[in-house]
Design a protein around this ligand. Sequence first.
Ligand code: MSP
Length: 585
Amino acid sequence: MVLSSSFRTLLRLNRQSRSGQYVALFPNWNRAKSYYVTTPIYYVNSVPHLGHLYTTILADASCRWEKMKNVNSTFTDSKLVTGTDEHGLKVKQAADAQQMDPLVFCDQVSERFRKMIKVFGIDASDFVRTTEQRHYEAVQHFWQKVEENGFIYKGQYKGWYSIPDEAYVSESAITLEKDKISGETYRISKESGHRLQWMEEENYMFKLSAFTDQVREWILSDSQRVHPVKFRAKLLHELQTPLEDISISRDVSKVPWGVPVPGDSAHRVYVWFDALVNYLTAAGYPQVNGTTYSNMWPADVHIVGQDIMRFHAVYWPAFLLAAGLKLPKQVVVHSHWLCDNRKMSKSTGNVVDPFETALSVTPEGLRYFLLKQGVLGDDCNFSEKLLYNGLNSDLANDYGNCLHRIMGKRLNPLKVYPGELVGTSNADHAIDDDSIKEVIISVQHLAEEIQPYYRDFYFYKGINAIMKVVQLVNIMVTKHKVWELKRTDSNQAAFLDTVLYCSYEAMRVCSILLQPIAPELASFALSKLGVPQDCRGLDDAMKSFASLEGGQDKMVGQPLGHDMKPLFRRLELPESLTSKQSQAQ
Ligand code: MSP
């Protein structure tokens, strides 16, 4: 770290060097555009689980980040769309098992997904249900376009089908397995492990084979098209084998629960062909002349789990090309969540219920945990130990405690945003202190450091960078024993104000940047710090320590918020953990 003898010169140099890098790193910074991010639409054959919540929170964090970036520009059109996938065999089977009318069953389970959106503060602008009239119209219109363009034909389909995946499985993706009890041999999908059924019927086929090269070129034309690179490489490898045509309808007698094929009520549209079109439905399709549709399409990002990557990055672009529509800009893929390093499954009984977990750790706590623990390309592990210890350490001890320490009545009796006494010898004295210098420099770099992380969905890296700054603030405050400094002594008071100013600035910037991760917690902290609603954008986090540079800091002297509740209450460890820990001792 290069340090100049004068603090203010140091700050200026620091800022100048940053603005140079900034342009080079972020050439698209000023692009004015709308942002449209999607989650998969969730099957309603079962209720929301941790994996569904994770995909949704990734989308929400990304959408909130885009909004924050653009808060001060004329463009603020960021949209997140989610919903439920309600057709197909497995939903019908689930409804039959409950002896319920499929639509009544769908209404009930879909409502649970809406509740998830609400409870976890997901800022969704639309919720598409595939049983809605507007979606039927979109699917049928889309089908007709593909048909008019010559990519649908009638044929005899023979092959293996996985109901849990609602997918046709080719011979090369099948393996044999023997039932341990009956000794019977059956076929399973190598990828999902699900048992397959033989299917033989006349139905409508899609000429997927016509699109192998175009899909490959689309992926190759942008290194970020399928992100992260691990999944991109997997897809490109698969695309070395030419694509085969696929069936896109089922006989109505086998699958009565679905969208009728236009002009042929003896067939229902294949559930994936139907479901993928939801991304267009939300964009206002097929009213192609309507502004909504033209503004929102193509989508910026489809966020999907690895199990459904192929549908989004191979089938979907091929369908869109066949319909003559633009292709989405990016498909972001994440791996799966395990529980205590084991696959979550109903039979093992280890499926994590997000609602139940949030009851003990709060919805914001669970959001924070998922984004801190989740890494796109690797399986993510959920464990109570990681959850409770991580939240107590980061949110209760580091972040919450830091805020509490610097906002106490004794340190800040006037309850206003503190300001350093510019030009006094105390400021210059403070600059010679390493712990203060480190806070200032790291805060000044934070917003810039975080941008590529958030842009590329590496939220955990952003969280780690923020928490590092919070830790530096705690170190600074402890080192200077600020609680021992006396306001009656003008020198000590000025030094105290300098340290407080640095702490408040650090917590202000950290909290602004934490908004996409834990919006309510961050907003609570910002209100405590007295930061007005219209000063919470990325621009505001880019600017810090204005008064130390000799400028006017609009925050200095602002009244603080009145809420003295703790930011995050320390969590009581559940019995399962305390008994494990005491056994270990
Ligand atoms: N209905 C289809 C998607 C159609 S989109 C046009 C579907 N639904 S799903 O409910 O089965 O899965 C939705 C999402 O949840 C997928 O992205 C899937 O990868 C994700 N997850 C399901 N289990 C998961 C984990 N254990 N961990 C992380 N995500 C997982 O597929």
